[in-house]
Design a protein around this ligand. Structure first.
Ligand code: ATP
Length: 243
């Protein structure tokens, strides 16, 4: 498999605080990879730096062989990075609550000009997430947490990305709903060949859904392995799986 996303030795600082330190990792084309870690470990900071919302003080990030962010040099805007094929799925409640489901999906297609393409893509999303089709004219705030998360995923898929970055897709949701969402993520990966990178505090669900996993502590990658190995790793079991 070829590397689609390559993160090389990056540091990210907020003022004097180093939030990420010497982080290196990669995601292969077609893979599902997760990053687990406790609250405040630096997971969201990493996602923000991939989409150009935080600058690097050291290192670089490449997508499909092209540098998208390099310390003190190259820095593409979030729009440019989206056009290259990376779509961020923010945590489920960060949707436009006063817009309808359909209007939210239109926002996801902001860089698609052809209205026919947008209409077709929306119907695809409504087939894939029937609950969103049934609620297409409703204000998003009336949706449950799980439905809002599904809408956030559908919105990210509107631009037909090559890769989606998911920020805590399970946050605040019941285990059965999280399972539904992870089932959908697996289908998106398998059927649409979208590469998946997800960040989660729910380590067990994330590792079960992934092929490979990274563990982050205090802004550093401390473990990287096949997800199945991490699920049986004693340190991971004690620190993240509650065993
Ligand atoms: P969570 O699961 O709570 O979102 P996280 O693993 O995503 O945690 P980050 O949000 O990336 O962690 O935070 C990493 C560190 O950087 C934390 O110590 C946090 O307090 C700090 N931090 C994050 N954003 C900022 C900011 N805008 N300004 C200053 N410090 C920040």
């Amino acid at each position: 498999m070829s590397e689609l996303l390559t993160i090389e030795n990056i540091d990210v600082c907020y003022g004097n605080i180093k939030a990420l330190s010497g982080v290196s990792m990669h995601v292969d084309q077609g893979d599902i990879v997760c990053l687990i870690g406790a609250n405040g470990a630096g997971k969201s900071t990493l996602l923000k730096s991939i989409v150009g919302l935080e600058g690097l003080t050291n290192g670089q990030i490449c997508f499909d062989g092209e540098v998208i962010c390099q310390a003190k040099k190259v820095k593409h805007t979030t729009d440019q990075i989206a056009k290259m094929g990376i779509s961020l799925v923010p945590e489920g409640r960060r949707v436009f609550a006063d817009m309808t489901v359909e209007e939210n999906l239109d926002m996801g297609a902001f860089m698609v000009r052809d209205q026919n393409v947008i209409a077709k893509k929306k119907e695809e999303m409504f087939d894939f997430f029937p609950i969103l089709g049934a609620r297409r004219k409703q204000k998003t705030r009336s949706l449950s947490g799980g439905e809002q998360q599904m809408m956030a995923i559908a919105r990210a898929l509107m631009s037909s990305p090559r890769m989606i970055l998911l920020d805590e897709p399970g946050l605040g949701l019941a285990p059965l709903i999280i399972q539904d969402i992870f089932n959908k993520i697996a289908l998106i990966n398998k059927q649409d060949k979208v590469t998946i990178f997800l960040v989660e505090q729910n380590a067990r669900m994330a590792l079960k859904a992934s092929n490979k996993g990274y563990v982050m502590e205090n802004g550093k990658i401390v473990l990287a392995d096949k997800a199945s190995n991490l699920l049986t790793n004693e340190k991971v079991k004690a620190a993240y799986l509650g065993e």
